[in-house]
Design a binder for this molecule. Structure first.
Ligand SMILES: *Cc1c(COP(=O)(O)O)cnc(C)c1O
Length: 704
């Protein structure tokens, strides 16, 4: 093999294992070859390699430094893949025979693979990345959407416009799943009385494999174009069909591939049909009744619920369920009402819809919420399902979400950790003791890294892609920079502070202690209130009184998120208390030297110690017209009396010593605890091993 051929092959091998998505040093291989081309390829390495062309490759092959870098990263990947000394080898060995299969409607892996909408997808992506890092036998299952989730453009008047990109699986590092003869593997599936063929794509994510079901030929057969197109798009009938393909199709695919699930993890309700399909498989294989087979499938199933907001739970009418799923009802030996009862809180109540989350809760042997407080909220919310129990006795525990540290940690901060942390710290991210080494970093040194990260964010802002209406940006790298980026929706109150125009403009235009704001976020296309909030923020940013000091970055995605969480000083979070399940963006900020200012909701009551960030005391008043002004007052008070004075209390060298101390507190107390390594270890110990029938010591279980 010639040197250019070898180089190309190595690059392709690197691209085809998505390990690079959470190892920025691997991404640097491509970026450093041609930063402009990398940007033009929209950070998609497959497209980048194609555009690079044969001649450029031949040239690069002559460059020893390029060759050395690629071979080095390549051998790092190989070392990673062959390491047999993982936490999983020691602690989840028995799962090797039958892996955990992890179902989710979206996976957020990288900005070049837009098959995610937000928090749920990022979480499931980080879950798989940490499962790979820890060496847990796991397989992910999801759907391939031809248009993914939309791109957001902001119009001249500040409104959100949705644009859809045609995704071509050939342009992504996905490989078609084939049978033993090398032919595309198809599974057949009855939907709405038609039998459709479903294909699949696969990709490796470190040591973990992920499958995406391809709905293309089903679309042709049943003639519903929308079916294969968009994540969370289409009407109820489209959603139900997508969920049948995800759950039932996904389980059929695994079984066709000879994969026997040891544990079925249903991440949110969309995929809950998977356990029903596994039930049918057991019925057929062992000649069992539906009830007996369901109990077997149930013992292997874990369900995670992610939203305390009622509208976030998919529900379907009796008519639609009957029309779409009648063949499955027959296969189970259930009549229509018996089947409907699987998704009803009150069996026999014909007025009640079929709810996917109810199915999840009923069909799993263990269910969990995603933070301590969300556990409490969920137990109240679903108490009716266990009418003889008090809310405290409702069997829904919690495992608090986390983030993949290596994926969200900026390379500059990582370099600092390398200097002050013991060797091998990357393999021990979920351990508290590792993070105490933060305190050995000199204050000035940490502050310089924080300033550098902020400068990088400021350099990124003007590069924001194709805005219809260009913004003026006049940011000061020394000013307190506040970030707010998340889905725009009413309960998250993105304009809580902006609604007091006088008070906020006073803070922004303060000559001595100014603050500046970066906003970003999409609204679900059907969320009218969310859309209005986007418009409001953009109109505020256009006001001459705050000229250049308030920026809205369009098209919030993993790339925008990465720049924001790594570059801001303060992360603002203002949901109505009790509505946020967990939230993970604030965790990413704390890793990179930023602080949180948040309502005590979601993860923050667990994270906040009193000295590692700031809390906004919130009102419990049911009436939002009372509650919102009270919370606004509390948020302003925290900003004016705590945050701003602390930030601007700087020594002669310009270092805000007490601020930096707080940052160190944040990193050392939050870094390990809110890592997805800790989260996956909790799932293994408290859910996966018991569900696979393996007894463990459950001391200090977060489960109730
Ligand atoms: C982390 C992240 C989220 C989820 O964070 P929240 O705090 O739940 O909003 C959503 N979108 C992107 C792009 C992210 O990086």
């Amino acid at each position: 093999m010639t040197e250019p051929e070898l180089l190309k092959e190595r690059m392709e091998q690197l691209i085809h294992n998505l390990w690079w998505t959470w190892h920025p040093e691997a991404i640097d291989v491509w970026r450093n070859i041609d930063p402009k081309l990398w940007r033009e390829s929209r950070h998609n390495p497959s497209v980048f390699l194609k555009k690079l062309g044969h001649e450029r490759l031949a040239e690069l092959a002559k460059d020893p430094s390029v060759r050395i870098t690629i071979h080095r990263v390549f051998s790092e990947l190989n070392r990673y893949l062959t390491c047999s000394n993982t936490w999983g080898c020691k602690n989840s060995g028995p799962l090797a025979a039958r892996p955990v299969v992890y179902f989710c409607a979206e996976f957020g892996l990288h900005e070049s693979i837009p098959l995610y909408s937000g928090g749920l997808g990022i979480l499931s992506g980080d879950h798989l990345k940490s499962a790979s890092d820890l060496g847990i036998p796991m397989i992910g299952v999801s759907l391939f959407y031809r248009e993914g989730y939309f791109h957001q453009v902001i119009s001249e008047s500040g409104e959100q416009i949705e644009e859809y990109e045609q995704l071509n699986p050939e342009d992504l590092p996905l490989v078609r799943v084939t049978d033993k003869d090398g032919q595309p593997l198809n599974i057949s599936l009855p939907i709405q009385g038609e039998t459709v063929q479903i294909g699949a794509w696969t990709v490796n994510l470190g040591r973990v494999t992920l499958y995406f079901l391809d709905m293309e030929s089903a679309v042709d057969k049943i003639g519903i174009q929308e079916l294969g197109l968009r994540l969370y798009g289409g009407d109820e009938s489209v959603r139900l069909s997508q969920e049948i393909i995800l759950g039932i199709g996904g389980m059929r695919l695994l079984l066709a591939l000879g994969i026997k699930p040891g544990v079925i993890h249903l991440n949110e309700g969309h995929c809950a049909f998977a356990t029903l399909e596994y039930t049918r498989y057991i019925m057929e294989k062992h000649g069992l009744s539906f009830e007996d087979a369901k109990n077997q499938a149930r013992s292997r199933t874990i369900f995670t619920t992610h939203t305390p907001v009622p509208a976030g739970h998919d529900c379907f009418t009796s008519h639609l369920i009957g029309h779409t799923l009648w063949q499955y009802q027959k296969a189970f030996g259930l009549n229509h009402e018996q089947f409907m009862d699987l998704g009803r809180i009150r069996p026999g109540d014909r007025g009640e819809l079929f709810c996917m989350s109810v199915l999840g809760l009923k069909i799993a042997s263990k269910s969990n919420a995603v933070s301590f407080i969300h556990g409490k909220v969920s137990r109240h919310m679903w108490q009716e399902l266990w009418p003889s129990r008090s809310p405290q006795e409702v069997p829904i525990g919690h495992i608090t979400n986390g983030i993949n540290v290596l994926g969200w940690l900026s390379p500059i901060m990582k370099k600092l950790f390398h200097q002050y942390f013991p060797p091998g710290w990357e393999q021990r991210i979920g351990e508290e003791s590792i993070w105490s080494h933060i305190h050995s970093i000199p204050d000035e040194e940490l502050w310089n890294v924080i300033l550098l990260l902020k400068t990088q964010l400021l350099e990124f802002l003007p590069r924001i892609p194709h805005r219809a209406h260009p913004q003026d940006i006049n940011f000061d790298p020394h000013a307190l920079t506040i970030g707010f980026a998340r889905r725009f929706t009413d309960y998250k109150r993105p304009t809580l502070l902006l609604d007091d125009f006088e008070r906020i403009t006073k803070l922004i235009s303060d000559p001595k202690r100014p603050v500046q704001f970066v906003f970003s976020g999409k609204a679900h296309p059907k969320d009218e209130l969310g859309r209005q909030l986007i418009k409001k923020v953009n109109q505020f940013a256009a006001n001459p009184k705050v000229y250049g000091k308030v920026v809205f970055i369009e098209d919030y995605n993993i790339n925008v998120g990465r720049h924001l969480v790594q570059g801001v000083d303060l992360w603002l979070n203002t949901p109505r208390q009790g509505r946020e399940a967990c939230g993970t963006s604030g965790m990413k900020v704390s890793l990179n030297g930023g602080l949180n200012l948040s309502i005590l909701d979601g993860w923050w009551p667990e994270g906040y110690t009193g000295s590692n960030g700031f809390a906004i005391g919130s009102s419990r008043n049911e009436d939002v017209s009372v509650r919102d002004p009270k919370d606004r007052e509390a948020a302003f008070q925290a900003l004016e009396e705590e945050v701003i004075p602390l930030y601007y209390d700087q020594n002669e060298e310009g270092v805000p010593i007490h601020w930096v101390r707080r940052v160190k507190q944040a990193m050392s107390t939050l870094g390990w605890r809110f890592s997805s390594d800790r989260m996956v270890m909790d799932y293994v110990t408290h859910c996966y091993l018991p569900a696979a029938g393996i007894l463990t010591c459950q001391m200090n279980s977060p489960f109730i």
